[in-house]
Design a binder for this molecule. Structure first.
Ligand SMILES: *[C@@H]1O[C@H](CO)[C@@H](O)[C@H](O)[C@H]1NC(C)=O
Ligand SMILES: *[C@@H]1O[C@H](CO)[C@@H](O)[C@H](O)[C@H]1NC(C)=O
Ligand SMILES: *[C@@H]1O[C@H](CO)[C@@H](O)[C@H](O)[C@H]1NC(C)=O
Ligand SMILES: *[C@@H]1O[C@H](CO)[C@@H](O)[C@H](O)[C@H]1NC(C)=O
Ligand SMILES: *[C@@H]1O[C@H](CO)[C@@H](O)[C@H](O)[C@H]1NC(C)=O
Length: 302
């Protein structure tokens, strides 16, 4: 008898609970809603948060409920301010967002913003960045006089810009902070107050700490492509750059990689570097191309 009761009792309980089942299911957390990490977006040169409206729509559509913050700092011409000043400003803006996200955050950083973000990862010893998505960003520098440079320095050809950029005055412009003239390596190493430091190309007291900080990142997602038209060489988006003969050497052939001076080699060995090259996208189309979003960005926004 007891055995029979033992079998029937559960069945009876289920029957009693049946009317409340819809309520119970509603109360249970739906697995697909399991909170997505907040996304922080940093814009590029002469750019502002407005250009990211399509990206925001995509994220809202595919990952509903994600908290996305497009930082409206150093917009338009203000984006020419020295990069260290911008890093300080963006740092103050990301600290509270990170503090509210114990699971971590994702960074999507476009063009020049990609360098601001890399510096943030280096100087913040408490950052919790899971995916750092570098969207067509001149990570190894820029050596090309595209339209925006002609507007800024009308008389300077690209082979002469080093005279301005590698002076203390020049380093007051963001563009000069990552101007990388392959024909004046010694001047670059000496004068670059930003790129040569975050690359660990010029030694400085914080280099070891910065490298350690940078290596806290979960994934480094590099996006760029041959039809960009502004980033020169376009392989700079993937840590490739010109040698003294203007032949592009890939990341694995770069001294900063071989010396692992800021952590690239370690990240690659860990399987943490994702390279996503995309043809057919011009520089100003990176933040609104849906194919690109689905292929290169969405998979890394968990
Ligand atoms: C996100 O999507 C929902 C549902 O489609 C819509 O109601 C809402 O306005 C969207 N929010 C943004 C910020 O796009
Ligand atoms: C660099 O190191 C010095 C001395 O340890 C420290 O005071 C300073 O805050 C560090 N700067 C950065 C940007 O990490
Ligand atoms: C590097 O900078 C130092 C001090 O700023 C200067 O004395 C030296 O001549 C520079 N070297 C080169 C190659 O420009
Ligand atoms: C550049 O090319 C010249 C001639 O082809 C060659 O002698 C030289 O070694 C090259 N330099 C570099 C840095 O590759
Ligand atoms: C979007 O990206 C795809 C794939 O790279 C490319 O073929 C297409 O032309 C792009 N569309 C626009 C509008 O840039």
């Amino acid at each position: 008898m007891l055995g029979l009761w033992g079998q029937r009792l559960p069945a009876a309980w289920v029957l009693l609970l049946l009317p409340f089942l819809p309520l119970l299911l509603l109360a249970a957390p739906a697995p697909h809603r399991a909170s997505y990490k907040p996304v922080i977006v940093v814009h590029g040169l002469f750019d502002s948060s407005y250009s990211f409206r399509h990206l925001l729509e995509y994220i809202n559509e595919t990952h509903p409920g994600t908290v996305v913050t497009v930082l409206d700092l150093f917009d338009g011409r203000e984006s020419l301010r020295p990069l260290w000043e911008q890093v300080q400003g963006f740092r103050e803006a990301v600290v509270p967002i990170m503090a509210k996200a114990p699971q971590g955050v994702h960074l999507i950083c476009y063009s020049q913003g990609g360098l601001v973000c890399r510096a943030l990862l280096s100087v913040m010893d408490d950052h919790n960045v899971d995916s750092f998505i570098s969207l067509s960003s001149p990570q190894m520098g820029q050596y090309g006089d595209t339209d925006y440079l002609k507007w800024l320095f009308p008389t300077s050809m690209r082979s002469n810009l080093y005279r301005i950029c590698y002076s203390p005055w020049g380093q007051e412009f963001s563009i000069c902070n990552y101007w990388h003239d392959p024909h004046h390596d010694d001047l670059y190493l000496n004068a670059s107050s930003f790129l040569a430091l975050i690359n660990g190309e010029r030694d400085h007291p914080n280099a070891t700490v910065w490298r350690k900080n940078f290596l806290r990142v979960g994934h480094l997602v590099l996006i760029g492509g041959p039809d960009d038209g502004v980033i020169t060489p376009w392989q700079s988006s993937f840590f490739g750059f010109y040698d003294a003969n203007e032949t592009v050497l890939e990341m694995e052939e770069q001294l900063v990689y071989l010396r692992d001076s800021f952590g690239l080699k370690t990240l690659l060995a860990r399987g943490a570097i994702v390279r996503c090259p995309m043809a057919g996208i011009s520089h100003t189309a990176w933040h609104s191309n849906r194919t690109l979003y689905e292929t290169c960005i969405e998979p890394w926004l968990s």
